[in-house]
Design a protein around this ligand. Sequence first.
Ligand code: PLP
Length: 287
Amino acid sequence: MKIYLNGKFVEKKDAKVSVFDHGFLYGDGAFEGIRAYNRLVFKLEEHVERLYETSHTLMIDLKMTRKEMMKAIVDTLKANNLTDAYIRVVVSRGEGDLGLDPRKCFGNPNVIIIADKITLYPKELYNRGMEIITVPTVRNNPEAINPQLKSLNYLNNILAKIEANNSGFSEAIMLDHQGYVAECTGDNIFIIKNKVLSTPSQGRLKGITRETVLELAKKNKIETKECLMTRHEVYISDECFLTGTAAEIIPVVKVDGRIIGSGKPGPMTTKLIEMFHKVTRTDGTKY
Ligand SMILES: *Cc1c(COP(=O)(O)O)cnc(C)c1O
């Protein structure tokens, strides 16, 4: 496996950064998860844009242009001769001293690109649908750590994941700072009620898969809504599903013990999954 590390390709065993890296010491950095299907990188520009947006707010100067970053991602896929892949881009503030002051990091960020295969959930779960619960840990208050930042500081989501796991579930709903449904630990959430597709408008990351699903729905004359969402609305919905680059689109059939709709993946979810598979296999940056 060839890993991109600050402009060079190195073998996995040599892909190392300092224990003084502030990404390691403080979670001080940003990341992206990207997928390539059939030698097409899906939504490459959008992912790179979000990486630069997070880095901008964190005041991490990546010292490379968006174009150079896109080329580095594509080169990593080529170096590993991957047709289908999951790509993880990690940028950290870089090596500093033991204090948290970013000024001591000398402006040398680490840029890492790993391309590999990933299957998040077994295929059977996509056919049957998932059962999820709501967990006590609320999503970060936007004025503390804005959920729009795809930052290396992932403890908010990890604590929620631990709560889900402790109760025997693999994914969980997190509420926002006001008690509305925000998203899941690493995926956005959608519901369908009376043929209207809705997704939370606040407290969540603006997922690129989420945006793709909203686009596909609009193109196919499905009414869409971004709104405040309560758990009650989720419980009484006709269909529910989650979206994320790694998970893609996964149906949800039970939430907090309440059966959703028929208890099976619904027709609109199934249709959106089909459309998503089609668009990911035909659209993207060729390499
Ligand atoms: C990455 C991520 C998502 C999904 O976003 P995509 O761009 O669709 O991959 C959703 N929620 C959180 C917290 C995430 O980190």
